[in-house]
Each structure stands twice: as C-alpha cells, then as structure tokens.
Design a protein around this ligand. Structure first.
Ligand code: ATP
Ligand code: MG
Length: 333
C-alpha cells in the first residue's frame, strides 16, 4: 500500500555520507512507490544556530542541490522549505502545550545533544529544546505515515506518536495519525575519526560534494586498529572505521567477507583496505559531484522548484491545520 513519506534535514551545510547512508538512500528507494515530502528544515536549523541567517539560507540551496544530485526526483518527491509553509510553525505552537519541559529534557536525542554542548548546554534556546515538537508538527501536518531516519532520530518518532495520541485524546477524535520509522541498513555511520556518528557539527564528515583529493585525505586519516602493528598481525573489525565504511558502501559483499577474514587472520595491510575504500568512495561520489556542478549553474531553476514544492506541501498542511483548529473549536466567524 502506498504511504506518505516525510523526511528532512536540518543541517547547515552540504550533506555528507552519514546522511546518504542513514536516510538518503532509503528516500531514493521509497520515492518509486510512495508519495514523499522532503523538508529543508531551515526554521529548525536556526534553533541550533541562532542568528546564522545567511548560513542557513545558503544551506537550503546546498542541500537542495545534494538531493537532486543523488537522484531525488522532484516529479516523485515534493521538496519544500520549512519556513515557506507557515502552517508547520502554527501547528508546532499548538502541540507545544501538550508536552512538558521535563519530557523534552528526557528525550534521548535532545539529552545527547545537550551533553555534546558541555558547559554551554544550559544556554540552549527554548526553540532548541522544543525541536522534537517541531518535528512532530512537520510529520503530522504533512500526514506522514512512514519516516526514513537514522537511529539517532528514533526517539523523535516515539515522541511524535506520543503527541499524536495526546492531541487526539484532548479533542476526542482521531485527527492526527501515528507514523512509523524506517531504518536503513546503516543506522549510524561513524565519523572519519571513529569517535561518534558522522556529523558536520563534529567536523568528522565526508561531504557528498567532496573533491577527489579530499576523499583520499579523509580515507588516509581513518582510524583502523591500533593493535594492528604489522601486516602479519591479526586485525580487529570492531571499531574499525574503514570496515564500517566498506560495510556501508562496498557492494561486493562476497569479496568483502573474504577481506574481513584475511584481515582478522593477519596478512592484510591497512593500506590495502584503505585503497579499496578510496576506490569505492571515489566511484560513489564522482557522479554526484559532477551532477551537482551542472545543477548549480542554474540556481533560479532550483529556487523555482522549491517554490512549487513548498506551495504543494502548503495545501496538505493547510488542510490538516483546518481539521486541527476545527477540532479545537478555534474558528470564530
Ligand atoms: P549534522 O550534524 O552533520 O548537521 P545532523 O545529525 O544534524 O547532521 P540531520 O539533518 O539532523 O543531521 O539528519 C538528517 C537525517 O540524516 C536523519 O534521519 C539522521 O538520522 C540522518 N543522519 C545524519 N547523520 C547520520 C549518520 N552519521 N549516520 C546515519 N544517519 C545519519
Ligand atoms: Mg546537525
């Protein structure tokens, strides 16, 4: 059965391989049989980058270019700019009253992000703390039922469904719908430093628009196994970033299985597995980079496509909001 897919990115720069493996690849598959909305979440990006208006605006164009370059087809997927659908912000405002501050603080993703900010954690904006609500508004306003995400976003889907149940309970009617998360095979791609997930904020990413030299430099920097001191010594796969990347992007799984066995046994140099990964990534990224370069020549065409997508999404969001406000008795004339 065809479903409505809602996804998005709130990143403030071009997309990276973590986005690709965790969510973009699934979006490409889903757009064949389902109707998809893909949000350029500029409003939400500002919650974490107060006042960086120019950077966030530029990111909207960058990420739109990435979508199109990897094969998101605007005839099949509706790409929208979050701030151009004001109904999303309005619904967010109503839903905000149905969630306690304590519950938001307990959201594991919010908690992890606060922890990552260290001493600055207590300075986060009210907008940042409530971004799970904004995500719930995006999903429910666009009537999403299937949400492709990386593992870090699962608590957001859980919280969205909690909000949906709570709202329906308060109005005594099934106005909003629950949704289901869809994980890709790579739920969490590590950064090149192996310290956490690949993320722009951590500066450990390989962009989908990286140059050939940047890819090689990143692969060379990757962590392998500190105890694999000589070619002959047995190597570990666990925590080995190069193998995590090969798992995610090398399509020859039979050969990869053999390589892993050889590495664990001893007799395979780090240089060999890095050379293989370098080839895999160069072949993956080169056509994306080329297509992106071509698309970037006509930024007006990109903007008009986003304008159309946002207008289309607005129709759906306005319908939902009409139902929501009617159920809340918020029509006065
Ligand atoms: P960044 O910190 O680089 O801006 P982010 O983590 O804020 O990235 P989002 O824009 O919030 O990225 O994520 C968009 C989608 O991409 C989400 O579904 C998220 O789970 C997925 N994603 C992002 N990074 C990774 C990763 N390293 N591995 C798997 N999925 C990822
Ligand atoms: Mg981010």
């Amino acid at each position: 059965m065809s479903q409505t897919v809602v996804t998005g990115d709130r990143t403030i720069g071009p997309l990276h391989l973590g986005h690709f493996a965790g969510s973009l690849q699934t979006r490409l598959q889903l757009q064949q049989n389902h109707h998809s909305f893909i949000l350029l979440a500029d409003t939400q990006a500002l919650a974490d980058h107060q006042g960086d208006y120019r950077q966030v605006r530029q990111a909207v164009i960058d990420v739109a270019l990435d979508y199109l370059a990897v094969g998101i087809d605007p005839k099949k997927s509706t790409i929208l700019i979050q701030s151009m659908v004001p109904e999303l912000a309005e619904l967010s405002f109503y839903l905000m009253n149905l969630v306690s501050v304590a519950r938001l603080e307990r959201n594991p993703t919010v908690k992890a992000e606060l922890r990552a900010k260290g001493n600055e954690g207590h300075k986060v904006s009210a907008g940042f703390l409530s971004y799970p609500v904004s995500q719930a508004a995006d999903i429910t306003a666009l009537r999403g039922t299937l949400i492709p995400v990386g593992a870090d976003q699962l608590p957001m889907i859980e919280q969205t469904n909690e909000i949906v149940r709570r709202f329906n309970q308060t109005v005594g009617s099934e106005i909003l719908h629950e949704c289901q998360a869809l994980l890709s095979n790579t739920t969490r791609l590590p950064g090149i430093d192996g310290k956490g997930k690949m993320s722009r904020s951590a500066g450990n990413q390989i962009s989908l628009s990286a140059s050939s030299d940047e890819i090689t430099a990143a692969v060379n920097k990757m962590y392998t196994d500190a105890n694999h001191l000589t070619i002959g010594s047995p190597g570990q796969l666990e925590g080995n970033v190069v193998f995590s990347f090969l798992d995610a992007f090398d399509s020859d799984s039979a050969q990869l299985t053999e390589l892993k066995a050889q590495y664990q046994h001893g007799g395979l140099a780090d240089a060999v597995i890095k050379a293989r990964l370098n080839d895999v990534l160069q072949n993956l990224i080169a056509p994306i980079r080329q297509r992106r370069h071509e698309l970037a020549q006509d930024s007006d065409a990109i903007l008009s496509l986003l304008l159309c997508g946002s207008a289309k999404a607005r129709e759906t969001a306005a319908l939902t909001l009409h139902k929501v406000k009617t159920a809340m008795g918020m029509y006065y004339f």
